[in-house]
Design a protein around this ligand. Structure first.
Ligand SMILES: Nc1ncnc2c1ncn2[C@@H]1O[C@H](COP(=O)(O)OP(=O)(O)OP(=O)(O)O)[C@@H](O)[C@H]1O
Ligand SMILES: Nc1ccn([C@H]2C[C@H](O)[C@@H](COP(=O)(O)O)O2)c(=O)n1
Length: 699
């Protein structure tokens, strides 16, 4: 009696202990295999004899991923059909046979109802019928779940015909491997020891036509697949380029939280002073982050805060109040608000419903209507149902219906956030965030000369250096053109002494300094050379170490340094910045301008180095040579090996070493020195990570 459901088990491992190697032996044993981080899925589709199996198996071995041969399942199903005496062209018969069969893949072998049929399924009888059996929708449906399940946990390198297009359309890397019919026939002839090239060509064309011409899930190039014609490449070259592509793809997954953050959509909250913008921002963030005081314009500058609603992430940009004909400090705040609008994906325009639309609101509404940024009009201070009617008065602003909220009590904020999500671009709409303009944070303890240096660099008074207390409590970004090149300066809040303004203010300042460093590419770390370096410098150095940005060390007040102080300073710097011996140093006097002319060229060099990419071939050569000079140590019984190395990221540079075990930190430091010796990474921290095999592989 036939069973009612098919059982297809796909339990592949990257270990292939008993598989007969066809022509080329595998490049590494499982124990040596390097592992790719995470569950990477690689789809390799292509016509018969293009090299899918050989390439997929080697790529899987190199990357420590399971190799999934989906053709083997169709072949085993075909063998079952043939053994049952069923008609390979009859869908119902084939489906019935498959439903009554247990198909399994185990460690590179194929089992049919428990019997190892790996060799039989590769024979001519199965090959002649497999295209017919695999053309049936019912057969394909029966095998689909097992193919997907095979990569669900640990990913894998999956070969077949419809992997990138149907089985795993979300695969991380899709390759369509092909070669000319003549070349495929030649390879097959060598593989099978045949010399009837023309017959082989005919067989290949027949299978291509059947597999590519069927109605259900035909063999095809997936839309986003990389077509690799191997006609003139040897197997090693094909494997190397697929591995390289996968590693690059994995490496391109954003790891730097900052990079991910820059890719987030921005929601700018704008409005007149005191309409409740900061209260609304706090409400959205669910924390007291913006500085709220009942005094117009207290959130002076532009601050950005990561926010999340219903699982979607975005940045909320809090701005100072918009004032018409503002002068001095207020005018600069207006500039910042306008810059925030220009850089926003969505503007939340807040109006105080209790006072209605004032002349200034109308003026800004006109401005916003002219900008191409979508705007949500928010009527704040609607604390109860009775006040809902107030929203209608805001129609006249020409920005559509206002959303009533009470930022103070949270009323209506959830609905507003639903609207925000609906209006925001999705990840797919967003262009990849690549920083082309360097962002520079000027960091140093209070009174070290940050503002003077900033102004000197810009050649004019551009920084907000009003005499109002706490002026630089919030971070301000300034875009500047220097010698025709654009730079963004992230002006930071100074780190005040812990209890001077109370703990809360201090915490905000530390957080914002950290945020400024993180949101920058390069940091000008300013020290007062004339005084002993202290606790505040140490805390800043710790932030720098954590953030991993490009650094130029600037020793200010150099005109006040005598010979004794100079000697002490050298020792203090050695201690403070032992982790950043790579950072260049410039001695200056921001007050007189002395030494400043050397600063910008230095900054440019570090910016170039920060984005420097060493080609993969070169990294591998360098590692190979370094290992030849200083062999890797043994780890227990094992000889450590680095199988593959690549620069996974730039800005900041990150190198990945695929090894068969954990590399000692001292060895990674040795490789870092080698890298620095051959490539200019002055001013730039280098991350060198190893990827040992997963626990599963070590089993
Ligand atoms: N780039 C290459 N250069 C030289 N020989 C190759 C290359 N790629 C594969 N081969 C050889 O060609 C033969 C066929 O390759 P393979 O069996 O991997 O192809 P396939 O696409 O999986 O075929 P099928 O779809 O029929 O299973 C093997 O002997 C393999 O070693
Ligand atoms: N995803 C797949 C895999 C294979 N098939 C069919 C078509 C092939 O001719 C046959 C054998 O595959 P091979 O072992 O030669 O790779 O199986 C398919 O339709 N879809």
């Amino acid at each position: 009696m036939r069973g009612s459901c098919v059982r297809v088990l796909y339990q592949e491992t990257s270990a292939v202990p008993d598989v007969p190697d066809d022509v080329v032996p595998p490049t590494a044993s499982t124990a040596d295999a390097p592992a790719v981080v995470g569950a990477v899925v690689v789809a390799i589709d292509g016509p018969a004899g293009s090299g899918k199996s050989s390439v997929a198996r080697r790529v899987a071995e190199r990357l420590g991923l399971p190799h999934v041969d989906t053709g083997a399942l169709y072949r085993a199903a075909t063998l079952a059909v043939l053994r049952a005496g069923a008609d390979p062209t009859d869908e119902a018969d084939c489906a019935a046979v498959v439903a009554d069969t247990v198909l399994e893949r185990h460690a590179g072998r194929t089992l049919l109802d428990g019997e190892d049929v790996e060799d039989e399924i590769r024979g001519p009888d199965v090959t002649a019928s497999v295209s017919a059996v695999s053309a049936h929708a019912a057969v394909r449906d029966a095998l689909l779940a097992a193919q997907r399940g095979a990569v669900a946990e640990e990913g894998g390198v999956v070969e077949g015909r419809d992997i990138g297009s149907v089985v795993l359309p979300d695969a991380d890397v899709k390759v369509f491997l092909t070669a000319s019919v003549r070349e495929r026939a030649r390879r097959r002839a060598a593989q099978l020891g045949r010399d009837d090239l023309e017959d082989l060509e005919r067989e290949i064309v027949a299978r291509d036509t059947a597999d590519g011409g069927r109605e259900v899930a035909p063999m095809q190039v997936a839309e986003d697949a990389w077509v690799l014609d191997s006609s003139e490449l040897d197997l090693d070259a094909v494997v190397a380029s697929v591995v390289e592509r996968v590693v690059e793809q994995v490496a391109a997954r954003p790891r730097d939280p900052l990079r991910a953050r820059r890719a987030l959509p921005r929601v700018a909250v704008v409005g007149r002073p005191n309409v409740g913008k900061s209260t609304l921002v706090n409400r959205i963030l669910g924390a007291r982050v913006a500085i709220v005081e009942e005094k117009p314009g207290v959130t002076r500058d532009r601050t950005e805060h990561p926010a999340e609603w219903l699982g979607r992430h975005f940045l909320v940009v809090d701005t100072g109040g918009w004032e018409h004909q503002a002068e001095g400090m207020a005018a600069r705040i207006v500039d910042q608000a306008e810059a925030a609008v220009a850089a926003a994906d969505l503007v939340v325009f807040v109006v105080d419903a209790t006072v209605g639309a004032l002349e200034d609101d109308e003026r800004y509404a006109r401005l916003l209507r002219r900008s191409r940024v979508p705007v949500l009009l928010v009527a704040n201070k609607v604390d109860n149902d009775r006040q809902e009617a107030l929203v209608h008065e805001l129609y006249g602003l020409g920005l559509g219906a206002a959303h009533p909220v009470s930022a103070r009590h949270g009323r209506g904020v959830g609905d507003l956030l639903d609207e925000v999500l609906a209006a925001l671009p999705t990840a797919a709409d967003q262009a990849p965030a690549v920083s082309t303009v360097p962002r520079v944070a000027i960091v140093g303890k209070p009174n070290v000369g940050k503002s003077s240096l900033f102004n000197r660099l810009l050649g004019e008074e551009r920084s907000i250096v009003d005499s109002v207390a706490h002026t630089t409590r919030d971070a301000v970004d300034t875009m500047a053109e220097i010698d025709g090149e654009p730079w963004v300066f992230v002006d930071t809040a100074g780190m005040r002494r812990r209890y001077r303004h109370g703990e809360e203010t201090e915490l905000y300042s530390v957080d914002r300094t950290r945020a400024a460093i993180e949101s920058a590419d390069l940091v000008l770390f300013l020290l007062d050379a004339s005084e002993p370096l202290g606790e505040q410098d140490q805390r800043l150095a710790a932030l720098l170490r954590e953030a991993g940005r490009g650094v130029v060390l600037v020793c200010n007040k150099w005109d006040l340094v005598d010979e004794d102080r100079r000697l002490d300073l050298e020792k203090e710097l050695d201690r403070l910045l032992s982790f950043a011996a790579w950072a260049p140093r410039v001695n200056i006097s921001a007050a007189s301008g002395r030494g400043l002319r050397r600063l910008l060229p230095q900054l440019r060099t570090v910016w170039d180095n920060y984005r420097r990419r060493v080609p993969t071939r070169e990294v591998n050569r360098l590692v190979e040579e370094a290992v030849a000079r200083h062999p890797l140590p043994r780890q227990g019984q094992k000889n450590l090996k680095i199988r593959y190395a690549t620069q996974a990221e730039v800005a900041p540079p990150r190198f990945l070493l695929f090894a068969n075990g954990r590399l000692p930190a001292s060895y990674r430091r040795y490789l870092e020195r080698e890298l620095r010796e051959r490539h200019d990474f002055t001013g730039v921290p280098l991350t060198i990570e190893d990827r040992p095999p997963s626990p599963r592989q070590r089993r």
